[in-house]
Design a protein. Structure first.
Length: 482
């Protein structure tokens, strides 16, 4: 009896001490709207996303930044962008702007905890010097592009404003990569992800960061995906929906590879958008108000879900707990058995909420605090205070249909009071500004905003650097000019 007990205890000890760390696959969609997934909108054909979301946990209060670079900064560092100088706009192609080098990135942190870390897709966190690029910021390998958008097939990036600044933006590690010329990026990235999964040494936990180009502009998709939406007459919406379905197929291929390799049995899959949908470019955020690049919920409340075959104590429900993009970093660290030792980090671990179905660890956050203009939004419990202009697309844009082109949703030139107050729990679609009714609540929220503002850092300059021109680098957007 004693011997059996001892053997049993020893077994338990070894099982616990050597329980394998879970693999983490973090998939980011670009510019995917709240209403652009099949599990919310029957117009969308996304069987893979729907299956994973329904078998996992749909995140119903998962906030992101209004734009690409700022959200990626959150995912990678756990810091709000108004603490890293990335709060204003994105990182322009020829701007010497980057995620500050002193920050320890999530792949760096996970590598310390024994992980292999790979990245496939869009970086958009600066590349003026090699030290700001993925393989010098923690990733064992990288295939993707550095800027914010480009042609899906040629992988050429042309700066809009500056004539002549056009170049290939595609690298495998640090080498310009031309073999994907002509291949749609959703296929290139899915194939690369499958290759990484297939070749993965299973003695190590895997962190795979997969920020797709899909479904950012330009509106481009192979015909077979566009043809899935023959019923949609608006051409931009038809192509956009096709792009979403190509992304869905890519996710399906990746999950198949994870199953095939046997990684699914101990894995957390996260799917999130980087910001709300650009309704002025055929995305849709209904019933939410506003669009990408606004402080409204339509710009900042992200589509997202988590899925795991084995790790989640509770599945198949809508999680309404408040979380923010900065929370993924400390959540992954806890999942990996590590500890977040940075007292300044804005993120908090949501392990208990996501894995156990427990309460959220957060009751407030900063939507953003701009530097270029007096505009900001903060949340405290149910309440949201907005200062200044929330942005340029302030309505509830309907699903695009024939005759309604993007121009209809152009800047709507509304004027707003200096401060607005919404109760997001009672009024998630932001129809009722309460600022005139509850001035004492506005004052309370203004104090909280002032308190947040104390720690803001100046925005980094987005000024163009002529030496960035790819003509100096053999026609390839390359580091070396800061
Ligand atoms: C990328 O770089 C890593 C680290 O140097 C290396 O292990 C890997 O093989 C490289 N991948 C390719 C495809 O060159
Ligand atoms: C891509 O392929 C086309 C057609 O073969 C060729 O004209 C073009 O130069 C290639 N682009 C790059 C960046 O290599
Ligand atoms: C998914 O895999 C199938 C079968 O290999 C392939 O035909 C398809 O192009 C892949 N889709 C994507 C988006 O990579
Ligand atoms: C989920 O979010 C939507 C959009 O904000 C909202 O309308 C809905 O009430 C939320 N669901 C729950 C259960 O809170």
């Amino acid at each position: 009896m004693n011997l059996l007990t001892t053997v049993f205890l020893v077994l338990i000890f070894f099982t616990c001490a050597y329980a394998e760390k879970p693999h983490i696959v973090f998939i980011v969609a670009d510019d995917l709207g709240w209403n652009d997934v099949g599990f919310r909108n029957p117009q969308m054909i996304t069987p893979n996303l729907d299956r994973l979301a329904k078998a996992g946990v749909i995140l119903n209060s998962s906030y992101v930044q209004p734009l690409c670079s700022p959200s990626r900064n959150c995912f990678m560092s756990g810091y709000f962008p108004y603490h890293t100088g990335l709060q204003d706009g994105v990182i322009d192609d020829d701007a010497a702007k980057y995620m500050p080098a002193n920050l320890i990135t999530i792949p760096q942190k996970l590598k310390q905890l024994g992980y292999a870390a790979h990245m496939v897709g869009k970086w958009h966190l600066g590349f003026c010097n090699w030290k700001y690029t993925p393989t010098e910021r923690g990733f064992d390998s990288y295939l993707g592009f550095y800027t914010g958008s480009e042609d899906y097939f040629t992988h050429l990036r042309k700066m809009k404003e500056v004539k002549g600044e056009v170049g290939l933006d595609f690298h495998l590690n640090k080498t310009a990569y031309r073999d994907a010329n002509g291949t749609y990026s959703a296929n290139v990235f899915a194939n690369r992800a499958v290759e990484i999964i297939t070749n993965h040494d299973k003695s190590k936990p895997l962190y795979l960061y997969l920020p797709f180009q899909s479904v950012h502009t330009p509106h481009q998709v192979p015909a077979k995906y566009e043809n899935m939406y023959k019923n949609i007459e608006n051409i931009k919406r038809r192509i956009y929906c096709g792009m979403v379905s190509a992304l869905d197929e890519a996710v399906g291929n990746i999950t198949k590879a994870l199953e095939g390799k046997g990684l699914m049995d101990n894995l957390l899959l996260v799917f999130t958008t980087d910001n709300g949908g650009p309704t002025f470019l055929a995305a849709n955020n209904l019933p939410l108000r506003g669009a990408k690049n606004t402080l409204w919920e339509g710009g900042t409340k992200g589509t997202g879900f988590i899925y795991s075959k084995t790790l989640l104590k509770k599945t198949g429900y809508l999680n309404t707990g408040m979380m923010h993009a900065v929370d993924w970093y400390p959540t992954f660290v806890e999942l990996a058995g590590g500890e977040n030792t940075d007292p300044n980090m804005d993120g908090v671990s949501q392990y208990d909420m996501l894995i156990n179905g427990g309460p959220t660890k957060r009751n407030e956050f900063v939507y953003n605090i701009y530097d270029e203009r007096e505009a900001a939004a903060v949340r405290y419990g149910d309440l949201k205070l907005m200062q200044g202009s929330p942005g340029d697309h302030n309505g509830w844009a309907p699903l695009p249909h024939v005759g309604i082109d993007e121009d209809v949703y152009e800047a709507d030139n509304q004027t707003f009071p200096p401060f607005m107050l919404y109760n997001i729990t009672a009024d998630p679609t932001e129809h009722f500004d309460l600022s005139a009714t509850y001035p004492e609540l506005v004052d309370m929220m203004k104090k909280r905003l002032e308190n947040w503002k104390k720690s803001r850092v100046p925005a980094q300059s987005n000024a163009g650097v002529p030496a960035a021109n790819p003509e100096y680098y053999g026609g390839v957007w390359s580091p070396g000019w800061c």
